[in-house]
Ligand binder design. Structure first.
Ligand code: B3K
Ligand code: ZN
Length: 866
């Protein structure tokens, strides 16, 4: 397979202004008629005589140019070439495809009896021949013909403009999308679906029809998504001045979907698990996920659809910006601090790992073999952090001016991350020249901080040095432009003024390898509070004492840093036990937790976050030659020691946070449920009998899925085997007909270190509810095992790795995108203790030796062995 390079980008030699599609849907095959209005691109870099269209797995039936059959077209497995075409012409193409056999779930495919599409990034070429690249934007008219009874609902982008009965019990609906769009935003759906309606009145007074389409059995699971959508529409008007543009906005839920959701113009398609919810079937976590994904896809209407990407190297232009927007939205809907904590926790655990591994790449990658492999945490999450830093450097008002200018100037165009940054510069007058390195250089920068207090002069000096490790093809890094938000506290916890005006917080802008900052007129040595609210995606290295951390846990005015100080304290305790420097758990940690549990004035959502020890995956990420078993055991020991010491407090917290009110998805209630469930799981973890009884009772009487699943999860992660098995059995009996709930049931088992590891996971693969064609089932059994059940996945005999290798190999033939995604945990092999490392590597080598590897898997495996 060949690499594609950003430096080779050329403007498209031809443009397509209009696309007229007609789909004849049948059970054995689908015929696609396409008429393209093509013209030579006046801005193209060179004059191409031939038109080359993308196309994969298509059967070409007829091809005519301006009404005349084309005889000498050359077709290969990836393209169609027509030589010596005129400057402007109509091309009619008829192709035949087989959606019912499409297991890759790219292009047009079938999922539980309905037809649906997924075209990003390069799926449209599996439907018909096309210039399938985002800088070719066209207006689409789509006519769908199908059996009236089996497929009463026929949807595509835009507005419906015609419909009618046809012969043979068939019907047609025709849709027109007035906005030019790249082919990756094309969508169509045909099925027997129920429609849920709502509406939203925009700021300018237009009434938008909101419609959600689901299978009849899911008709009571739409309310939350529709409510989230309306909140998102309102928010985008208020915060970004962005109004919706079409008369209809549609959401469709499908069970078989490779990722979370897709922002097709006017017709968003969602993975059922990211959109369907009712209090009985979905946990609070699912409610939160749905709210943010619905918003994310909606926000793409401007950041992605109206203004799109020139080429796939610019993916973060739409994804980084849209993740930043959905993070801001979630912060506004609930607690900003809690939202930030959850997000940074994920970023530090998973994106930092990616940035430190063989697949590390810049936010704007320079090359790829398969673009499907670049929908990464770096492009999405680090990309969002980069936009957040621009927001921090410019301030909210300038940032808004910049985004207004960006949307106005580039509306209807396909642009680059550089266009985005240049617009921000222009609006603010700030120079972001050096800042652009965040898009170009991979790797997580490290800040080494040291300090000095001159008691006589009352001067405190902070010295900060930045560096960034080498990453593939980038041995040397130039300094980044890093905004470091900080403050200083005196010994009573009061914030100290940092300048003459009396500001107690500052954003230091680091641009050089070394800086030192002096703070004057201090009576005593201050305690520094650094990188507040995680103002940059960097690792911060400063030798905190445990007393300083304890102090920050209770005094830092920055909520994020209070949480982070607690995490650092716990990490220090766990690490020094691991290294043999400490034999017992530091009493201070237990006291910190005791305060959290007894102080009822604290925000409960925060307390739940603070109670959680740093995850095993994050601890691994902080360790060279990681010995997973030792890390897991030590963490577990700290956890059980704390829980044993605080048994009474945990029982009291569980009791205090019960409610008899009907389910409400409010920040307040979510926080109470999350705290009660955290307390319960700590109690069952230590084998506490009272905790067990509470869990059994909560499982039995739970009025909603959050409580029920919380109890199930507490039992599954405990020594109470009998109660656990009973609960698991009951849960399945109750919910076997609901795929989203069964997925939860799979995940709680495959992710639990208590459930017999690989043996159990193999049993789940044999379970009647498991389905090799359904990505959610694959992810919740195989993916969750490898990502969360770390002691068993990293079994020293290598059995976990071999298991994963087998499944990846099996899946590569049917769904390469999913197979390549599952291989991620293996790519981190260099991080582990020698014995683990060697067996991970040999699994990768075996995969690489396979003769029929997909492009997707080849790229991941070969790059991780380099
Ligand atoms: N843009 C899609 C992701 C498409 C992934 C293609 N492999 C969803 C999103 O980010 O909103
Ligand atoms: Zn997105």
């Amino acid at each position: 397979p060949q690499s594609i390079y950003l430096k080779d980008y050329r403007k498209p030699p031809f443009l397509i202004d209009h696309v007229d599609l007609r789909f004849e849907l049948f059970e054995e095959q689908t015929r696609v008629h396409s008429r393209l209005q093509v013209r030579r691109n006046p801005e193209a870099d060179g004059a191409e005589r031939d038109l080359v269209l993308h196309g994969e797995d298509l059967e070409l039936e007829t091809l005519t140019l301006d009404g005349r059959p084309v005889e000498d077209a050359v077709v290969d497995s990836e393209s169609l070439r027509i030589s010596n075409v005129p400057d402007q012409f109509n091309l009619d193409v008829v192709t035949c495809i087989r959606p019912q056999e499409n297991t890759r779930l790219e292009g047009l495919y079938k999922s539980s009896g309905m037809f649906c599409t997924q075209c990003e990034a390069e799926g449209f070429r599996r439907i018909t021949y096309f210039l399938d690249r985002p800088d070719v934007m066209a207006c689409y008219r789509t006519r769908i013909e199908a059996d009236s009874e089996q497929y009463p609902v026929l949807l595509a982008n835009g507005n419906p403009v015609d419909h009618g009965e046809m012969e043979g019990g068939r019907h047609q609906v025709t849709w027109e999308d007035p906005f030019p769009k790249p082919s990756y935003l094309f969508a169509m759906v045909a099925g027997d679906l129920v429609e849920k309606r709502d509406e939203f009145t925009t700021g300018s007074g237009r009434v938008v029809d909101l419609r959600m389409y689901v299978e009849p059995r899911n008709s009571d699971k739409c309310e939350h998504a529709l409510a989230s959508l309306k909140k998102a529409m309102q928010w985008d008007e208020e915060v970004y001045g962005r109004e919706y543009d079409l008369d209809i906005f549609m959401i469709v839920a499908v069970d078989d979907f490779n990722m979370g959701a897709m922002e097709n113009k006017g017709l968003n398609i969602f993975n059922s698990s990211c959109v369907l919810a009712s209090p009985e079937t979905a946990t609070d976590a699912a409610y939160e996920r749905i709210e943010s994904i619905v918003a994310h896809e909606y926000f793409h209407n401007w950041s992605g659809n109206r203004v799109t990407c020139r080429d796939w190297f610019q993916l973060s232009l739409k994804e980084g910006f849209t993740v930043f927007r959905d993070n801001q939205f979630s912060a506004d809907m609930g607690s900003p601090t809690v939202q930030r904590i959850d997000h940074v926790n994920m970023l530090r655990t998973a994106q930092f790992a990616e940035d430190d591994g063989p697949m590390a790449h810049p936010v704007r990658p320079e090359s790829y073999i398969e673009i499907g492999n670049f929908y990464t945490l770096t492009v999405y999450e680090k990309g969002a952090e980069v936009v957040r830093m621009i927001h921090t450097l410019l301030g909210p008002d300038m940032f808004r001016e910049g985004s207004d200018l960006y949307f106005a100037r580039f509306d209807g165009r396909a642009v680059t991350t550089d266009d985005f940054v240049a617009t921000m510069e222009e609006a603010s007058g700030r120079d972001l020249g050096q800042f652009r390195r965040w898009y170009e250089q991979a790797g997580t920068p490290v800040l080494h901080v040291s300090d000095h207090f001159d008691a006589e002069k009352g001067v405190y000096t902070l010295s900060i040095e930045q560096s960034c490790p080498a990453t593939p093809r980038q041995p040397h890094k130039a300094p980044f432009h890093i905004p470091l938000r900080m403050g200083l506290l005196d010994s009573t916890g009061e914030p100290l003024p940092l300048d003459d005006i009396g500001n107690t917080e500052q954003v230091l802008e680091l641009t050089e390898s070394r800086h030192s900052y002096r703070f004057k007129d201090l009576k005593e040595r201050p305690v520094p509070s650094l990188l507040r609210n995680f103002s940059a995606p960097v690792k911060l290295d400063y030798a905190w004492s445990r007393d300083q951390l304890m102090f920050l846990v209770s005094h830092d005015p920055d909520g994020f840093n209070r949480w982070d100080a607690g995490q650092k304290l716990a990490i220090d305790v766990i690490q020094s036990m691991l290294e043999g420097n400490d034999t017992e758990v530091d009493e201070r940690l237990i006291e910190a937790y005791r305060n959290l549990l007894t102080d009822t004035s604290l925000d409960r959502a925060m307390v739940a976050r603070m109670l959680a020890l740093p995850g095993t995956a994050y601890l691994i990420e902080l360790t060279r030659d990681a010995d997973v078993q030792a890390i897991h055991e030590t963490r577990q020991r700290v956890q059980t020691t704390v829980a044993n010491a605080l048994r009474e407090e945990l029982l009291a917290v569980h009791m205090r946070n019960q409610s008899s009110e009907p389910y409400a998805f409010s920040a307040e209630r979510v926080a109470a449920r999350s705290l009660a469930n955290s307390a319960l799981s700590l109690l069952t973890l230590i084998g506490d009998e009272a905790g067990k009884d509470l869990a059994v009772e909560q499982f039995r009487d739970a009025p909603n899925m959050t409580n029920r699943f919380g109890a199930l999860s507490a039992l599954v992660n405990s020594p109470f085997e009998k109660e656990r098995d009973r609960a698991l059995e009951q849960f399945y009996v109750d919910w076997q007909d609901d795929p989203q709930v069964v997925e939860q049931w799979f995940a709680v088992q495959s992710g639990s270190p208590w459930m017999g590891g690989l043996k159990r996971v193999r049993e789940l693969l044999e379970h009647p509810a498991f389905d090799w064609k359904n990505p959610n089932k694959i992810r919740t059994v195989i993916g969750v095992f490898a990502a969360r059940n770390l002691v068993h996945f990293h079994e020293p005999d290598g059995s976990g790795y071999r298991f994963l290798g087998e499944q990846i190999q099996r899946l590569d033939a049917s769904n390469p995108q999913i197979a390549a995604g599952l291989a991620q945990p293996l790519t981190r092999w260099r991080r582990y203790a020698p014995r683990l490392r060697e067996s991970m590597k040999s699994v990768l080598e075996e995969l690489l030796a396979e003769p029929q590897l997909s492009k997707d898997l080849f790229e991941v495996v070969s790059k991780s062995l380099q």
